[in-house]
Design a protein around this ligand. Structure first.
Ligand code: HPA
Ligand code: ZN
Length: 309
């Protein structure tokens, strides 16, 4: 059973599709010599921000709503080819608006259409997570969440992503309170581009039930105890952590210590195109990180139990 709880639509957009759409439109990306190099990390990039630049370079080519329907469809088709049983797909409608000028509500509907159709065809179960982007600033947090709530039934949860070193999570507390009041689950990117204090903020101020990455929680024993006691699952993406230089190698990744502390861990891909990975490849990488067969079996159970959909 393969369950991926953390995969960004923007980080799944295929290089070939990005190129085809850019050529169709005469978009500037069509003139890039090595599109692969622009959109895919091949090694450590030294930080979260340069990695996000690779994830975020593709959406500008998806200039029509029908392109976002295709994006949703191809994302699920790729998941089926990997052998996934269940996939939570997250995306940031306001970021897509910024890159394309498209109405975020239309983008949500188009993505949901494509995902629904491909899910029915392939049998991969899917759920959608709406992302609020830190980088757009806290003053539009409520507006971002209202866009998601205009399509409330399409989403299982809300997330906070983007540059963790920028706007603090606490500034988004009103937006997350509104999302929780509407019955959405909460996951938050934290403990990736910043330290344990960022994970504490996600739990205390935003009501996070799961944490995207969270790996720097390993630096704070009291936080590990808190996460274990509350059953707060960490969505760990090993290859992404190498590319963002959060961990220097699989072998030196703290995932084993997280599990040993009793913290539920689910293995995830984050951005399969930008990291050139798949969920089965992440399970292989986990062996290099020192996880045993028993650990991997526990990780699969954790993912099933922490699924929002
Ligand atoms: N962190 C924050 N935002 C993101 C990431 C990430 O790893 N991937 C895509 N958007
Ligand atoms: Zn992520």
């Amino acid at each position: 059973m393969f369950f991926d709880l953390h995969r960004h639509l923007e980080g799944t957009l295929r290089v070939a599709t990005t190129r085809a759409l850019a050529v169709r439109d005469g978009h500037r990306l069509a003139a890039v010599d090595d599109l692969d190099d622009l959109l895919v990390a091949r090694g450590p990039l030294g930080g979260l921000v340069p990695f996000l630049a690779k994830v975020d370079a593709a959406p500008a080519a998806f200039s029509r709503l029908e392109d976002w329907q295709r994006a949703g469809r191809e994302c699920v088709e790729d998941a089926a080819a990997e052998g996934l049983d269940y996939l939570e797909i997250r995306f940031a409608p306001w970021f897509i608006r910024q890159e394309t000028g498209l109405a975020p509500e239309g983008v949500i509907d188009a993505v949901a259409d494509g995902v629904r159709a491909a899910s029915a065809e392939t049998g991969v179960r899917t759920a959608l997570i709406g992302i609020l982007l830190r980088d757009l600033g806290p003053e539009c947090g409520l507006d971002q969440v209202d866009t998601l709530l205009s399509r409330r039934d399409l989403f299982c949860a809300v997330d906070l992503a983007g540059n963790e070193g920028g706007v603090p999570a606490a500034d988004f507390a009103p937006a997350f309170a509104r999302a929780r009041d509407a019955g959405l689950h909460v996951t938050v990117h934290a403990g990736e581009g910043a330290g344990p204090e960022s994970v504490w903020a996600a739990v205390r101020h935003l009501g996070a039930e799961r944490i995207g990455h969270g790996v720097r929680a390993a630096e704070d024993p009291a936080l590990l105890e808190h996460l274990a006691a509350r059953g707060i699952t960490l969505e760990v993406a090993l290859t992404s952590n190498l590319h963002t230089s959060v961990a220097p190698s699989y072998a030196a990744h703290p995932v084993r210590r997280l599990l040993a502390a009793g913290v539920p861990v689910a293995l995830c891909t984050d951005d399969p195109r930008a990291s050139a990975t798949t969920l089965p490849a992440e399970f292989e990488a986990a062996r290099e990180a020192g996880l045993t067969d028993a650990d991997l079996a526990a990780v699969r159970v954790n993912a099933r139990e922490a699924a929002f959909g």
